[in-house]
Write a protein that binds this ligand. Structure first.
Ligand code: GTP
Ligand code: MG
Length: 197
């Protein structure tokens, strides 16, 4: 897929204030600092479309971006960021849950996982919650430029072993680096394929 245009539309915490759900939508979620906003910039070829930061907890709202005047990319806040106050965290997770459970045009949720880490309980729990609620998702392993190919494959194999305890097969997954552009074509092709329009 060729990205011809990408523009910011709206940020908010209320699902009913999101754009009218008349175009297919793809969301990016994962732990704080895993690289969601960077990946969105890499996919769209816009260095500063989504705001990124070295400090976790940068994205705090549901951010809609309109791509090719035809579909939405959504940058979501990270989960599992411990430094925010408890009440704030609860508020985020409630609106993220509501967004994922009720957004009618949500075609797929990309769950980002740090390729350097062993399977994390918080991510496994989140994927389980998506499956229980019939929220279609695929996995994206991020920051693979920080690891050798062998080490990346080893960590993905560990994830596969863990996933196969609960799933009949490994969900679709992608290997990415926002620094090197790895996985861009594959993720965009996948979005194209699951796009019903
Ligand atoms: P929150 O909005 O806080 O939840 O974080 P996020 O998941 O949107 O992460 P963000 O894209 O802001 O990136 C976090 C940090 O990781 C930044 O310092 C990025 O430069 C860095 N980063 C993101 N992706 C990559 C990558 O593919 N490779 C490397 N080396 N660094 C990355
Ligand atoms: Mg972010």
């Amino acid at each position: 897929m060729i990205i011809r245009s990408a523009s910011f539309v709206i940020s908010n915490t209320e699902v009913n204030k999101c754009p009218h759900p008349d175009m297919p939508e793809y969301a990016f979620i994962g732990r704080s600092n895993v690289g969601k906003s960077s990946l969105i910039n890499m996919l769209t070829n816009h260095k500063k479309l989504a705001k990124t930061s070295g400090k976790p907890g940068k994205t705090q709202l549901i951010n809609h971006f309109l791509i090719n005047e035809a579909w939405y990319l959504v940058d979501l806040p990270g989960y599992g960021y411990a430094k925010t106050s408890k009440s704030n965290r609860k508020k985020w997770s409630a609106f993220i849950d509501e967004y994922l459970l009720t957004r009618k045009n949500l075609m797929n949720t990309f769950i980002l996982l740090d390729s350097r880490l062993a399977p994390q309980k918080i991510d496994l729990d989140f994927m389980m919650w998506c499956a229980e609620n019939q929220i279609p998702f695929s996995m994206i392993f991020t920051k693979t430029d920080k690891l050798s190919k062998v080490a990346t494959q080893k960590n993905i194999a560990a994830y596969k072993r863990e996933m196969l305890k609960y799933w009949e097969e490994m969900p679709t997954y992608f290997i990415t680096s926002s620094v090197e552009g790895t996985g861009r074509d594959q993720v965009l092709k996948y979005i194209d394929e699951v796009n019903p329009l």
